[in-house]
Ligand binder design. Structure first.
Ligand code: 3EB
Length: 384
């Protein structure tokens, strides 16, 4: 490891902490480089057969495979995270700019002039430990992204089975965190300031599956003042802290985009409302509201401007909580948002729900009275 003592995986407070530094000037792109949306699988099949250009990547959920084959070069991710609503939806990443495809070292890439969407799967061979598997996957990812000219990680999604299970005396999530930490601390310039927003969710089955968005220009990584930065979590949660930012902002003249990391019912560094899915959901909305307020404070984009395309992914540990959580979010998330509900396991066993999002600034940004997300239904959390 290039920094710190070899057994020190928790990032020390104050070292390049984005919470204390003022926002560095960012290059502003002219055009939006990507779009994320949900699409009925049946409609996607038709799009792929009629006009298969402009796709950066496709993410399928649920074990009901039947996923479109023959997509050729397009990176396709299949995750065993059953969808908790009908009809079956695919998550589709598209590009308004021309796309080229590349495959090397097991990483499928789609690139345009601004960003690279990459996907890789690594089987855990018997006897291999998840930290070693994760370390190699991240080394490979960093090397490829850099070689192709996209050295700046904007967003990473991590999925693997049995996330809370112990393996050789350590929880698998902690092994994952150790491998990721080691590779990123060694390979990411200006670690931890440059850590991307991320998701880490347990699937029901399958290989370690990682997909990511990297860019030629850096994004701005944003922390949540209501939460201890994950990379500064105390060691009680694991010897190596989780290497991710709460959100990444990508400015653009045609509307900024905000990539929000998986957000759980964590305040400070503690899990709140153990056993209470409704309260956890409200706490998450409160966290999202505070993150948007922080984005406004640092980058001047107020909450009323996130009225362009919005995609939320909601991971729910127990399918029996789906109706309650869905009914709440139908009322509390903005009506223009697309929301995908998936069954998945959070990295702490007491967490029952987690929400991530991709938000887009409306081009002619107006000011809305209502915030993007409404947590005012809770007296415990209050609106902001
Ligand atoms: C948390 O805030 C909840 O390890 O990449 C959320 C998003 C969580 C990403 C990761 C973990 C990760 O710590 C868990």
């Amino acid at each position: 490891m290039s920094r710190g003592k070899s057994n020190q995986c928790v990032v020390e407070r104050g070292v390049g902490s984005p919470a204390t530094a003022s926002a560095p000037p960012l290059p502003v792109a002219h055009a939006r480089a990507f779009h994320a949306e949900c699409m009925e699988v049946a409609r996607l099949q038709i799009c792929l057969s009629t006009s298969p250009s402009g796709f950066l990547g496709i993410v399928h959920h649920g074990r009901t495979s039947g996923n479109p084959g023959g997509t050729g070069a397009i990176p396709v991710v299949s995750l065993d995270l059953p969808q908790l609503s009908e009809p079956p939806l695919a998550e589709v990443w598209t590009s308004p700019l021309p796309v080229t495809y590349h495959q090397a070292e097991g990483i499928h890439c789609a690139m345009n002039d601004e960003v690279l969407f990459g996907a890789l799967q690594v089987a855990e061979s018997p006897g291999a430990l998840l930290d070693a598997v994760t370390y190699r996957a991240y080394r490979n990812l960093l090397t490829q992204a850099r070689a192709l000219g996209y050295p700046h990680l904007l967003r990473v999604w991590n999925y693997f089975p049995s996330i809370n299970r112990e393996s050789d005396g350590l929880e698998r999530y902690q092994r994952f965190c150790a491998g990721r930490y080691q590779a990123l601390a060694e390979g990411l310039e200006e670690f931890p300031r440059t850590l991307p927003a991320a998701t880490a969710i347990g699937t029901l089955s399958g290989p370690l599956t990682i997909h990511f968005l990297a860019a030629k220009q850096p994004g701005a990584h944003i922390e949540n003042p209501r939460q201890v930065s994950a990379y500064e979590y105390p060691r009680v949660y694991g010897r190596c802290s989780p290497s991710f930012a709460r959100a990444t902002l990508r400015p653009s003249l045609s509307g900024a985009q905000l990539l929000i990391a998986g957000t759980a019912s964590i305040v400070g560094h503690a899990s709140e409302h153990v056993g209470a899915p409704r309260q956890q959901t409200l706490e998450i909305l409160h966290n999202l509201n505070v993150l948007l307020a922080r984005t406004e404070q640092l980058h001047g984009i107020d909450r009323g401007q996130w009225l362009g395309r919005a995609l939320f992914k909601v991971y729910i540990r127990h399918p029996e909580h789906a109706v309650t959580i869905r009914d709440m979010l139908t009322a509390l998330l903005p009506s223009h948002a697309q929301v995908l509900y998936l069954q998945g396991e959070m990295c702490r066993s007491e967490l029952l729900v987690e929400i991530e999002a991709v938000l887009t600034q409306e081009q002619s940004a107006g000011v809305s009275q209502r915030g993007l997300v409404d947590s005012s239904g809770s007296s415990a959390t209050g609106g902001i």
